[in-house]
Design a protein around this ligand. Structure first.
Ligand code: F6R
Length: 245
């Protein structure tokens, strides 16, 4: 695992974008793993600039979402499909037809379990994820793999923790509107990507970052699985890095 510390969130976006561009294949269509949330927004803007400058093969690239809420109607402004269309397809130039997001609209558990399985199959059919972009939750979650998630887990339906629902309430009209469940790539799915690039900024992430990078590899801190990956790069600003030894 490589840990890169730079002064500001803008520097994180710049450096992480160049790491992602360098890690993506140019001789075949690249497959990008996509996180939502605030952390990668600057990175996506830089990838858009790289694509416009011809430094990123975006015309036939695919994007694979890390996760999706359960129970938001298609087109809901906070569904991760809508968010990724807005913040990645429209910004980076990725074709919406090649954006693959788990379907969280299923009417019952059986339909949602089938949607999770299809997401795994989609990743395999694409030949695997080349670069998985990641953020980290203040509780150490990765994707929506909350503390206690199995280290070898695959894409599945999960209940969101109270902490994560509270953290994400800022995107909804009221805290009760935050979905209670999600479909998320598992930690084992994330570890199957050829390379991982995690970005974190701000003091609120410092404790989770220190636990993930310097604590034990444990289900109690899902992001600690990065220690286990052969090609993981973590890009931090100084505030997020403040509690590293
Ligand atoms: C997003 C995701 C989450 C976020 C994490 C950090 O698809 O799966 O793990 O990466 O909650 O969110 P932000 O970046 O908003 O602090």
């Amino acid at each position: 695992m490589e840990v890169l510390i730079v002064p500001t969130p803008d520097d994180v976006a710049d450096l992480a974008a160049s790491v992602v561009v360098d890690a993506l294949p140019t001789s075949r269509p690249p497959v990008l793993g996509l996180a939502t949330g605030s952390s990668p927004l600057g990175l996506y803007r830089r990838l858009g600039e790289a694509a416009a400058a011809g430094h990123l093969r975006v015309q036939d690239a695919s994007g694979v979402a890390l996760d999706e809420y359960v129970g938001l109607a298609g087109g809901h402004p906070e569904s991760y499909r809508t968010v990724l269309e807005r913040e990645v397809c429209d910004v980076v130039g990725l074709d919406r037809a090649r954006l693959f997001v788990p379907d969280g609209t299923g009417a019952d558990l059986e339909a949602l379990i089938a949607a999770a399985r299809r997401h795994e199959e989609r990743i395999v059919a694409l030949g695997g994820v080349d670069v998985q972009i990641l953020g980290i939750g203040a509780n150490g979650h990765l994707g929506f793999n909350e503390p206690g998630s199995a280290l070898s887990s695959r894409t599945r339906v999960k209940r969101l923790s109270d902490r994560t629902r509270a953290d994400n309430a800022r995107f909804f009209a009221s805290p009760e509107d935050v979905p209670t469940h999600c479909i998320t790539q598992g930690l084992g799915t994330i570890l199957s990507a050829r390379s991982l690039v995690l970005v974190a900024t701000g003091a609120a992430k410092a404790t989770a970052v220190a636990a993930a990078l310097e604590g034990p590899l444990t289900a109690s801190c899902p992001a600690s699985v990065l220690q286990w990956h052969a090609d993981a790069v973590v890009v931090l600003d100084e505030d997020a890095a403040a509690m590293l030894a």
